[in-house]
Design a protein around this ligand. Structure first.
Ligand code: XAN
Ligand code: ZN
Length: 486
């Protein structure tokens, strides 16, 4: 027997299905299935219908549900009708897809903001390895991971790709915490067996294999939740032996797994990789040689790439996690996002805690906007071309992340068949950092002045983009389940 329950979300829905496009749907009802039965057509949390410009959406949205499926009984329908009123139409309240953070070291969260004037290689030795090693202690790991994950959720992140540490038990703990808090997550046990301190390394490949078995079995057998997936995580080429990379490449091939690692972050790092792998022409070649590049691969940073490397990324379908806060903080450089996008590479955003100091993808997106201006200022001509606009940054914060994680059919925008991973943005909350003045309000219902009203709404979106924070993230849902509310 299939138990059906349809949850109706009503209001204004905004998303960015294509790079640069802001889609705004008003007076809209979205129906989301919530209970699962033995009928696979009725998946949990899936968007079943979208009724735009509905005459019923704030009076009797049940009529929209019955139009979709006349056999529904009213007891099978639940309406989430949050404070009906003018805010849905004046631009200050709207649903937006949950943010997707494609690169976050949950284990480094206590160090957010602590980096002094270090650069990558000394930063790892001084700040990062000691902290990660300390999370072997269960209580400490529990405290750090709970806070780290909660922080991303309160900032509107519904899907996050995490690095834990080399320790399999604390990695499993991170998976358990994401599962309990309801976030969609990729969980990576860090793999590294050379060029790292003796107190924080896997001493041989067998140790890495045993550790990986513990994590893979825990996620598949104990957690058993589609929302929590493993991701193979060689820390970066310099800390992984050829034997380890060979094993990880085989593991990826056997189970068709996701991969995450760092690529071309820092000039010294790039030189070091070429010394360590003399048979590889480029840094990217190292990962390709070991079978670690596919459309399920997330490569953080990608700042100092050459044209041939770009070609390899495009041909393998690998995606980039752009981490502008981290890249500015530890002075790694500026990722040329426009160049990547124009060459057919999928780009997403990563907070890169704690190279980056903020758990907020909104904050990261606005820094991506600014970094693109620094890239533009360095150009001799055509400067404006390199600037990312607000809509483009919101795209890489949502749909771009979905593509990089190979989840473009499941999340990233509001479309029938996708999961309802969403945040309710409200600019009128207590503590809001966004002041919208009366003359800045729009009237999305006024079809006679559509152009002017849409311009006003784009300005409100820009105000949220540059000034908004977690006080504007009023609620967060993953697969239609409420996981955060202020
Ligand atoms: O941003 C980064 N954070 C890390 O932890 C790391 N390890 C290798 N390279 C890295 N880059
Ligand atoms: Zn990183």
């Amino acid at each position: 027997m299939t138990i059906k329950k349809l949850v109706l979300f009503c209001g204004t829905f905004v998303d960015t299905p294509e790079l640069g496009t802001l889609r705004v749907r008003i007076n809209t009802t979205i129906g989301v299935s919530l209970m699962i039965g033995n009928n696979n057509n009725h998946k949990k949390g899936e968007i079943k219908f979208i009724r735009e410009n509905s005459p019923n959406y704030d009076i009797n949205p049940i009529l929209d549900a019955l139009e979709y499926d006349p056999t529904l009984h009213t007891s099978e329908i639940e309406v989430i009708n949050l404070q009906p009123g003018t805010d849905w139409l004046n631009g200050t309240r709207f649903y937006f897809p949950g943010f997707i953070d494609t690169h976050c070291h949950a284990s480094q969260y206590p160090n957010s903001g602590i980096f002094g004037s270090s650069t990558l290689l000394d930063w790892l030795e001084k700040y990062t390895f000691p902290l990660e090693a300390s999370l072997k202690e269960y209580k400490l790991a529990f405290n750090v991971y709970s806070k780290a994950v909660q922080r991303t959720i309160t900032n509107g992140t519904t899907c996050c790709s995490y690095y834990a540490t080399i320790d399999p038990n604390s990695t499993n703990l991170l998976a358990d915490i994401c599962n309990r808090l309801g976030q969609r997550a990729f969980i990576g046990k860090v793999c590294m067996d050379r060029n790292c301190p003796s107190y924080y390394k896997e001493h041989n490949v067998q140790e890495c294999m045993d550790n990986m078995d513990i994590v893979l079995n825990h996620i598949s057998d104990e957690i058993q939740n589609d929302r929590i997936k493993p991701i193979i995580t060689p820390r970066f080429a310099p800390t992984c032996s050829q034997e380890m990379l060979t094993y990880l490449g085989e593991l990826v091939k056997k189970h068709r797994l996701h991969v995450q690692t760092h690529l071309s972050e820092n000039v010294e790092e790039v030189k070091w990789v070429l010394q360590l792998f003399p048979d590889c022409k480029t840094y990217t070649d190292v990962y390709q040689k070991f079978g670690l590049l596919s459309e399920k691969t997330v490569l953080a940073h990608c700042i100092h790439l050459s044209e041939p490397e770009l070609k390899v990324l495009r041909e393998t379908g690998s995606g980039v996690s752009h981490c502008p806060i981290s890249n500015s903080s530890i002075t790694s450089g500026e990722c040329r996002v426009r160049w990547l996008l124009d060459n057919g590479i999928d780009v997403s955003l990563g907070t890169d805690i704690s190279g980056g100091f903020s758990s907020s993808i909104l904050n990261t997106a606005r820094q991506a906007h600014l970094v693109s201006r620094h890239v533009a200022m360095k150009q001799k001509e055509n400067k404006d071309y390199y600037k990312l606009n607000v809509n483009e940054c919101l795209y890489i914060a949502t749909m771009g992340g979905a593509k990089v994680l190979d989840l473009q059919d499941a999340i990233g925008s509001f479309d029938v068949g996708k999961q309802f991973d969403a945040q309710l943005v409200d600019l009128n909350t207590i503590g809001s950092n966004v002041d919208v003045f009366e003359w800045q309000l729009t009237d999305l219902n006024d079809r006679n002045n559509e152009k002017k009203n849409m311009e006003l709404f784009h300005d409100i979106i820009a105000k949220w983009f540059f000034n908004g924070d977690r006080f504007n993230t009023a609620r967060v849902w993953v697969s239609g389940q409420l996981i955060h509310s202020i």
